[in-house]
Write a protein that binds this ligand. Sequence first.
Ligand code: G3P
Length: 217
Amino acid sequence: MKFFIDTANLDQIKEAQDLGVLDGVTTNPSLMAKEGITGRENILEHYKKICDIVTGDVSAEVIATDYEGMIKEGEELAKLHEQIIVKIPMIKDGIKAIKYFSDKGIKTNCTLVFSVGQALLAAKAGATYVSPFIGRLDDISTDGLNLIAEIRMVYDNYAFETEILAASVRHTMHVIDCAKIGADVMTGPLSSIEGLLKHPLTDIGLEKFLADYKKGN
Ligand code: G3P
């Protein structure tokens, strides 16, 4: 299972990278705005900075919503760095753009996916990753994890190579449940990764080991 961090915050990306388990980064226009990164040039520069920190895939989202615009922007993003994955929204022109990039060998991440049908279409178009937003489904009383399970079943039925990237992961249990279901990738905040470390018995056990060592030394 790949671990991506879902942020544009360079300090958090560095922290996750230093842990040694990070496989990539996902961003979106909202995450960029949250870090105060605005303006095309600044955004492109920021993507390069992220690529310099991590060794894996870095999703960079197009802003255009028409086919020609997505192709132009996506090609510009792909040229920025070899680690860039062009992130494209799940809309009709987006599917056409994914197919175009797939035929050219440019990797894509189909974002804003909320149904099995959308995931099927993204795979047919040749998306490298498909991003179902599980947290946002949970927010509206719909089972986000169930969507991951259904996409897993459909992709396995036909051996689609598109990787299921569980997105809008909000906490550590999402990560664990996605791993049980067989999501290929999860992207979440640093806290969702660091939460995997925690167990009170580990802390109690370590405290006791160190106390016993001190007694004999
Ligand atoms: O990866 C998608 C993500 O950025 C959306 O997360 O928490 O805004 O639903 P959230």
